[in-house]
Design a protein around this ligand. Structure first.
Ligand code: AMP
Length: 170
C-alpha cells in the first residue's frame, strides 16, 4: 500500500510558506491506518518496547494503536497545563519564542524501553524535547517513529544517535 496517497499537501497553512502535511485522509481510511500502525509495530518487534509515548496531538492518533498492537501502555506528552498531578516539564526553542512539553512524572521508570511517536519530523525541536523529557526518568528511548520526515529541515540531526524510523520521506 502506498501511504503517500493518503497525505495531502496544503500550501500556506497554518501560515504563508508552510506546506502542511494533512494526515486526515489517512485517518479516514481504516485499512491505511491499520497498515501504518502494523508497520510501526513490526519495526520494533525485536526492541523489547515497554511503553509507547505520543506527542500532542497527532502523535496520539497512531501512537495508541501501535501500543495496542505491541500490547504495552501508552503515555501522552502534552502542552502545559493539560495533565493532572505531578508533571515533568521541558522547554524548547521555537523559531520565534519558546514552547514547553509535559509528562506525568510517575509513568516511566529507568526500566522502561520507549517507542516515541509523532506524525511529522520537521525541525526536530519537539521530538528532541520529548526525548529529553523521557530520558530524565532514566527510561531509554529505543526508537523514535514518524509517519513522515521532512528531510530538508534536517530534524534528524537534532536527535543525534537516537534510532529514527519514518514511513515516508519528503
Ligand atoms: P518540529 O519541532 O519542527 O519537528 O515540528 C514538529 C511538530 O510540528 C509535529 O508535531 C508536527 O505535527 C508539526 N509539523 C511541523 N511541520 C509540519 C508540516 N509541514 N505539516 C504538518 N505538521 C507539521
Amino acid at each position: 500500500m502506498d501511504l503517500s496517497k493518503y497525505i495531502k499537501d496544503v500550501p500556506d497553512f497554518p501560515k504563508e510558506g508552510i506546506i502542511f502535511k494533512d494526515i486526515c485522509p489517512l485517518l479516514n481510511d481504516p485499512a491505511a491506518v491499520d497498515y501504518a500502525a502494523t508497520l510501526f509495530a513490526e519495526a520494533v518487534q525485536d526492541k523489547n518496547i515497554t511503553k509507547v509515548v505520543g506527542i500532542e496531538s497527532r502523535g496520539f492518533l497512531l501512537g495508541i494503536l501501535i501500543a495496542q498492537k505491541l500490547g504495552v501502555g501508552f503515555i501522552p506528552i502534552r502542552k502545559p497545563g493539560k495533565l493532572p498531578g505531578e508533571v515533568l516539564s521541558k522547554s524548547y526553542a521555537l523559531e520565534y519564542g519558546e514552547d514547553c512539553l509535559e509528562m506525568q512524572s510517575d509513568c516511566l521508570t529507568a526500566e522502561d524501553n520507549v517507542l516515541l511517536h509523532d506524525d511529522v519530523l520537521a525541525t526536530g525541536g519537539t521530538a528532541k524535547a520529548a526525548c529529553e523529557l523521557i530520558e530524565t526518568t532514566g527510561a531509554n528511548v529505543a526508537q523514535v517513529s514518524f509517519l513522515m520526515e521532512l528531510k530538508f529541515l534536517k530534524g534528524s540531526e537534532k536527535l543525534h544517535k537516537r534510532s529514527i524510523h519514518s514511513l515516508l520521506e519528503y
